[in-house]
Design a protein around this ligand. Structure first.
Ligand code: ADP
Length: 452
């Protein structure tokens, strides 16, 4: 949308203010209401956004180990730029106008750590090479009855799920919470996040949604906004939604699978499909897949960014543990889906619902492009049967510390995302690990107290 169109849309709105948001390193949306006049004047220029947005964690605790911002810089502003193409109206908030911004700037030195700007850079590389990335993310998440949660007391354990029992794909459970389902379908559609599917998943209160595929930047915008939108719409129904990767030891965790294909620039042809190949896979798709396998262990924290993410990646819990691919195989890290000329795609199953979608999608695309650039061949034969037992190509790093140390030292990671980003991101993950490691948990007390 050009400036004139944006102004006319804003004039047509009854709202005097516009909501503007940026995604931080964890994928959390940070933003503010801006007066319409200030917003319009910011359209041509940048506007200042406090750099602390990249200087603190999900609890607003400031990092003590990053360079781009901190007490040593005085937490000055970074220049943010509004993306006019992201215009939406928030249907559950009186249609208040909404825009996303990022820190892509001609003169910003700090743009490399902005997840949305990073993704834009990688999409530009893809398009320069002649490939339009078409992506989609799907999410599983838990829903609880709000009245039971007293977050200030951290009494998360007593929460009641909105449905009881397991019942994946239960038509009955969907009727039980029909109002919530109806609002999710209708309001997300109006908000520009069309759902291809929505159903209950296995586990009490668990739901799954697949977002319709689109160009990769739009896919990441939709995925990021989806998580916030579900929380906000849920609140209207006294429902609390959580996208933690693993809620409880007893149940499978929550995935955030990424579906991917490359098309020609006019978006007329899915370049992953080859009718003459036995598996329906083009050479380009094979190289892309080989790149993803080759890079996976070096960039895992982008797909599994929290301490909790690694508790999801366990055997027999519908999340992969091995460096594998397969044809329509849900036990492998990468699942090839033979969907014919339009829908042939790769599903990246390592990705959890707790990811920052900009980073997960950037990591998928960059590692796939690496395979194309280096013309990697798909040496890994595909796994037939149980991928958890296919150890011939190795296993994924088992925790955030191991994975982050590998990424921090990886030349591939620096080649794909630049040293500055890798340094900042890895330091933010090591900070996260440190916060966890310093805690004395209930489990430790119960195990080591030695009561008589
Ligand atoms: P699953 O096989 O995991 O159950 P779903 O059918 O739930 O997958 O989801 C399919 C997802 O794949 C949807 O988000 C859909 O938009 C996406 N998709 C379909 N075709 C393509 C394609 N060519 N490229 C990328 N994503 C695609």
């Amino acid at each position: 949308m050009d400036k004139k169109e944006i102004i006319s849309k804003l004039k047509a709105s009854t709202s005097t203010h516009v909501k503007v948001a940026v995604a931080d390193i964890d994928g959390v949306l940070r933003g503010k209401f801006m007066h319409r006049d200030k917003f319009i004047s910011s359209l041509d220029n940048e506007f200042g956004f406090c750099s602390v947005v990249f200087g603190w964690d999900v609890n607003d605790q400031v990092y003590d180990n990053v360079e781009i911002t901190g007490w040593h810089t005085g937490y000055g502003d970074f220049p943010a730029r509004i993306d006019g193409n992201t215009f939406r109206k928030i249907p559950w908030q009186e249609d208040v106008p909404f825009f996303l911004a990022d820190f892509e700037s001609s003169h910003a030195t700090d743009q490399n750590v902005c997840p949305r700007a990073l993704l834009k850079n990688i999409i530009a590389q893809s398009e320069q090479a002649g490939y339009k990335p078409i992506f989609a993310q799907e999410f599983e998440w838990f829903n609880f009855i709000k009245g039971d949660i007293n977050a200030s007391q951290n009494s998360f354990k007593e929460m009641t799920p909105i449905t009881s029992g397991m019942f994946g794909y239960s038509i009955l459970r969907m009727s039980d919470n029909y109002g919530f389902f109806r609002d999710l379908l209708a309001m997300l559609e109006q908000f520009g996040i069309p759902l291809e599917g929505l159903h209950t998943e296995t586990g009490p209160g668990v739901m799954e949604a697949a977002i319709q595929c689109s160009n990769a930047l739009e896919a990441a915008d939709r995925a990021t906004l989806f998580k916030s939108a579900v929380k906000e719409i849920g609140k209207k129904h006294s429902i609390v939604a959580s996208f933690m990767a693993k809620q409880t030891k007893e149940l499978p965790g929550c995935s955030g699978h990424v579906h991917q294909s490359l098309w020609d620039l006019k978006k007329e042809k899915n370049l992953f499909y080859d009718a003459d190949d036995q598996l329906g896979m083009s050479e380009l798709m094979k190289q892309f897949l080989a790149g993803q396998l080759y890079c996976l262990r070096d960039i895992l924290p982008l797909f599994a960014p929290t301490v909790n993410s690694y508790k999801r990646l366990t055997e027999g819990a519908w999340a992969p543990t091995t460096l594998t691919w397969g044809i329509d195989n849900r036990t492998t890290a990468l699942r090839v889906i033979d969907g014919g000329p339009k829908a042939t795609r790769i599903e990246h199953r390592v990705v959890g619902s707790d990811v920052n979608p900009y980073l997960a999608i950037a990591a998928c695309l960059a590692s796939g492009l690496y395979g194309i650039k280096h013309k990697l061949s798909l040496d890994n034969p595909y796994t037939v049967g149980n991928g958890y037992k296919d150890l011939q190509h190795g296993v994924l790093p088992r925790n955030l510390y191991e994975a982050t140390n590998r990424m921090a030292q990886s030349e591939i990671a620096s080649e794909l995302f630049g040293e500055k980003f890798v340094d900042h991101f890895c330091k933010s993950r090591l900070w996260e690990w440190r916060q966890f490691s310093e805690q004395v948990t209930d489990w430790e007390t119960k195990r080591y107290f030695e009561i008589i």
